[in-house]
Design a protein around this ligand. Structure first.
Ligand code: 9MR
Length: 467
């Protein structure tokens, strides 16, 4: 053997002998075991979407495989935050498997619980109690009517047993009097608060009632938060904010709220009834100012995109009394075409006005357009003289009020089945009415007195429906 070959052979022999008990550093296993970890947060714009981030840290290379518990199986090699949508209620398991270069693996798992509202934070869902047994004798207003009979409600009043009992007996369609408006639901630029709305919706579902959402976009100073009144961004940013607000709200209540007033009181009472715009004294609309003349359509489109199944309404007042305002409303509604499902005609009326024929004309106009009609916010003033010392209803005024209630219900009851939606009364007891604050005189416009006794007006409502 030549000397050079002998030396190479010797080198390999030496290397092989020593390798058993003294491995070179590059062949050692990575020193730390790998530990899989991830975090997740619910999307702020879509309650059914989870944002999942891989937080595994490791000093050597590793691969990651996700299984989000959905039908599409495992995915390997994706990086960054994963956006995962859980549409159907149920319980899902997310599994992250990480594999180190040396083949060692570890897994981390988390459970995702989804209910009708979306993904449940900390897997804690609001429990919706099962519907209660009907305890009444089926003679309430809702039992007499072949349309929904609605009532304005606040969260606090649901906790008053007598109040709740009357709701269950007579009504089956609830509207939040103020707690499903923008000032409550979107109190700061970065937060939403649906807690009061959720309580009202939960009560309704537990008692077999529907909820009419009221109202997403309303210019009124009492319905928008200060940060919107003083919005500091660009018009494009304002519009994006409105889209996000409508989308977030409709998705939050999806499947639990049957219908929404998308835009409320957009039409001005001034000559020609244009859209409210830059009028002072709280009569202008910041939405018109920032989003342009097409803002109503934009809002309806955002709503339709967010929840294609919920019924969309335009809601306004004096539509029976004012021929001009009614015409302006129908122009707006006609322009919306398929984006709108129904008209909410607020019925803040008086015992002697508007006339039966004007109310009928309004109903006819909605019916002729194949839209749903909501006689919304019904109350019938009796103190039109503004008597500051009025303490109650005279018999003749009580009977006149009864007749007007009966008239309104008869007109509604006579419209075709296909156009019927709901007739909603704006408050239960006379002492709860907003009209006292508004007109600053005593008022008795509702179906129940302060002691929860039915009034003649209640009988008028019932008699209009009697077989
Ligand atoms: O009756 C409602 C009153 O309790 C609220 O303070 C107010 C502001 O949210 O809204 C009142 O309801 C209004 C309704 O939402 C729209 N049409 C006019 C009603 C009376 O102002």
């Amino acid at each position: 053997m030549r000397p050079i070959l002998a030396s190479i052979l010797l080198f390999f022999l030496l290397f092989n002998c020593s390798s058993d008990d003294d491995s070179p550093a590059e062949e050692q296993l990575p020193p730390e075991p790998i530990t899989a970890a991830f975090s997740s947060t619910i999307s702020s714009v879509d309650p059914n979407t989870l944002l999942v981030s891989n937080t595994t840290t490791y000093e050597f290379d590793f691969t990651s495989t996700w299984d989000f518990g959905l039908d599409n199986g495992a995915v390997t090699g994706v990086t960054g935050t994963q956006t995962v949508r859980y549409d159907a209620p149920g319980t899902y398991t997310i599994t992250l498997t990480v594999t180190a270069v040396n083949g060692v693996t570890d897994t981390a798992t988390a459970t995702v619980v989804v209910d009708g509202n979306g993904i449940c934070p900390d897997n804690t869902c609001v429990t919706i109690p099962p519907p209660v047994e009907e305890t009444n004798d089926s003679s309430g207003l809702k039992d007499l009517a072949d349309f929904s009979v609605g009532m304005a409600i606040t969260r606090a009043r649901l906790n008053v047993p007598q109040h709740a009992e009357i709701l269950r007996n007579d009504f089956n369609n609830l509207t939040a009097e103020f707690e499903m408006k923008m000032d409550i639901m979107h109190p700061t630029p970065t937060t939403f608060d649906f807690s009061a709305g959720d309580a009202i919706v939960d009560f309704a579902i537990a008692n077999g009632m529907d909820v009419h959402g009221h109202t997403l976009i309303w210019h009124n100073e009492f319905a928008i938060p200060d940060w919107v009144k003083n919005f500091s961004g660009t018009n494009a940013e304002f519009e994006a904010m409105v889209e996000n607000y409508i989308t977030t709200t409709l998705r939050h209540f999806r499947g639990r709220v049957r219908s929404w007033d998308i835009v409320n009181e957009a039409i001005s009472d001034s000559r020609g009834n244009p859209l409210r715009n830059t009028e002072g004294d709280g009569l202008g609309s910041i939405f018109r100012q920032k989003m342009g003349p097409d803002y109503v359509r934009k809002c309806f489109q955002y709503a339709r995109n967010a929840d294609p199944d919920v019924l969309l309404f335009y809601n306004d007042y004096n539509l029976a009394l004012s021929v001009g305002k009614r015409a302006a409303m129908f122009r707006l509604v006609d322009d919306l075409g398929d984006l709108i499902d129904g008209v909410g005609a607020q019925m803040h009326i008086s015992f002697n006005s508007p006339s039966r024929s004007r109310i009928q004309d309004l109903a006819n106009g909605v019916v002729s357009r194949n839209l749903l009609l909501h006689f919304a916010e019904l109350d019938v003033r009796v103190n039109t003289e503004g008597n500051a010392s009025l303490t109650g209803l005279s018999t003749s005024r009580a009977n006149a009020q009864k007749a007007k209630y009966q008239e309104v219900v008869e007109i509604y009851d006579a419209i075709p089945e296909a156009n019927k939606f709901a007739l909603t009364v704006w408050g239960l007891r006379d002492n709860e009415t907003w009209l006292t604050d508004f007109w600053r005189v005593p008022e008795f416009p509702l179906l129940f007195d302060a002691n929860y006794n039915t009034k003649a007006s209640y009988d008028g409502f019932a008699e209009a429906l009697a077989p």
